[in-house]
Design a protein. Structure first.
Length: 421
């Protein structure tokens, strides 16, 4: 067979380049500063519905699934402008499900009403850093007062777009972003973004973009943080947020306050109609030793329930994973108690219980809406030995309402994280 004389001259320089690239990367810090973790998450989720309200008559949602989350973050190349790469790979596997028990948020639901056997996704983000300012483009997981990172199911959601974060001024962190699509917590593909009002998804309309800008200023030895944010789900709603967090040591106690205010209205084409919402929340805490006590108050004003991106959560003080207490005109109170058993010589064991009650809901049905929820959480993270890195969490919930479906819920979650490098 006749040899191509051009092959050797081309392959030799290419081989040298590929061989030297890892060395150059290591010298430049791209590899030196990189890290990777793998999390295995085993998740059982069960919700029993009674006194069903609405057209969906499904009496139970119950599934069991195994998830894997691979996170890779590179370092930056040296020089005034550094370049890097982040990647996230996700895989969800069905262990148990069935027709009539779907929609737990753990697994995708197929056209035949059954849960998919598995789903997966790989996302990459390019990043660039100049001084203390970082630009990312690609797969993102923002965690903002106007778009909270809600990793509360098998796999976390992601968004696609661009973000910029700047910390050039001491204590001040500024952020902005333009997101064009989302991959939901139980989906593999990209979708346009939709809204929720209170607990109701607004599936009749989708948005082409979510834009945000804001900042947090920490001072007083980082015990006090002021926040101001703006968000726009294009042609659906825009929203403003102002927040204050403060902690104050007083003798053996540490007192804390988390206070926030939201104001939202319709945007552009008003794809889901007019929106008029203001939300105030306050969550006060007192910590001594292993004990932490909380009391919270939350009030929703205006003609609309609290708006957010579907199926996201928010930092409202009384929002919990089952009920949101964010319906139109709702007022709610919370009492919560946490105990860290490290104070008794058992580090890693934490228990929490809370009770929230709400009323004054404008149901639109001619009567006042009322609801309440009781949560119990117990978690343990192994501190040493063969099982170090394994965390176990149990949650039991009872939630009742006179205008939405009652819920009895149980969750059992195992997390194990390996640091690969």
């Amino acid at each position: 067979m006749k040899r191509n004389p051009c092959v050797k001259p081309v392959i030799l320089p290419l081989s040298l380049l590929l061989a030297s690239e890892p060395l150059l990367a290591k010298q430049e810090g791209f590899v030196e500063g990189s890290s990777a973790t793998l999390t295995a998450r085993n998740y059982y989720f069960s919700r029993d519905f009674s006194d069903i309200v609405g057209s969906n008559k499904q009496s139970k949602a119950e599934e069991w699934a195994q998830g894997f989350i691979l996170n890779f973050k590179s370092g930056y190349t040296p020089g005034p402008v550094g370049f890097g790469l982040d990647a996230i790979g996700q895989l969800g596997i069905k262990l148990d499900s069935g027709k009539g028990r779907v929609n737990t948020g753990l697994l995708p639901v197929q056209g035949d009403g059954e849960a998919a056997d598995e789903y997966s996704r790989l996302g990459v983000a390019a990043k660039m850093r100049l001084s203390k300012t970082e630009l990312k483009v690609g797969e993102l997981q923002p965690n903002l007062p106007v778009l909270v990172f809600s990793d509360i199911r098998l796999l976390p959601p992601t968004y696609q777009g661009a973000s910029i974060t700047s910390g050039e001024i001491a204590g001040l962190t500024l952020q902005g972003g333009h997101l064009t699509s989302t991959s939901l917590r139980n989906e593999a593909g990209d979708d346009k973004m939709q809204a929720m009002l209170g607990h109701k998804p607004q599936r009749q309309a989708s948005s082409d973009a979510f834009n945000y800008a804001g900042g947090d200023y920490a001072f007083n030895a980082n015990r006090t943080t002021l926040s101001a944010w703006y968000a726009q789900l294009e042609d659906i709603y825009d929203q403003r947020f102002f927040g204050l967090k403060h902690s104050e040591p007083v003798g053996d106690w540490v007192l804390g306050a988390n206070v926030g205010y939201y104001d939202a209205s319709e945007d552009g084409k008003k794809l889901i109609g007019e929106i008029d919402n203001q939300a105030f929340f306050s969550l006060l805490s007192a910590k001594r030793g292993g004990h932490t006590f909380f009391v919270g108050y939350q009030a929703i004003y205006g003609d609309s329930a609290f708006p957010r991106v579907f199926a996201n959560v928010s930092p409202l003080g009384n929002e919990v994973p089952t009920f949101e207490f964010a319906s139109a005109d709702e007022r709610s109170w919370q009492a919560r108690y946490d105990y860290d058993f490290a104070a008794l010589g058992v580090p890693g064991l934490v228990a929490s219980t809370r009770y929230i009650t709400g009323d004054n809901v404008d149901t639109g049905l001619g009567y006042e809406g009322k609801d309440w929820e009781r949560d119990l959480d117990i978690s343990y993270a192994f501190q040493s030995g063969t099982l170090k890195g394994l965390g176990v969490r149990v949650r039991n919930v009872t939630a009742r309402s006179n205008y939405r479906t009652d819920i009895d819920e149980n969750r059992l979650i195992f997390n194990y994280t390996w640091s690969l490098f």
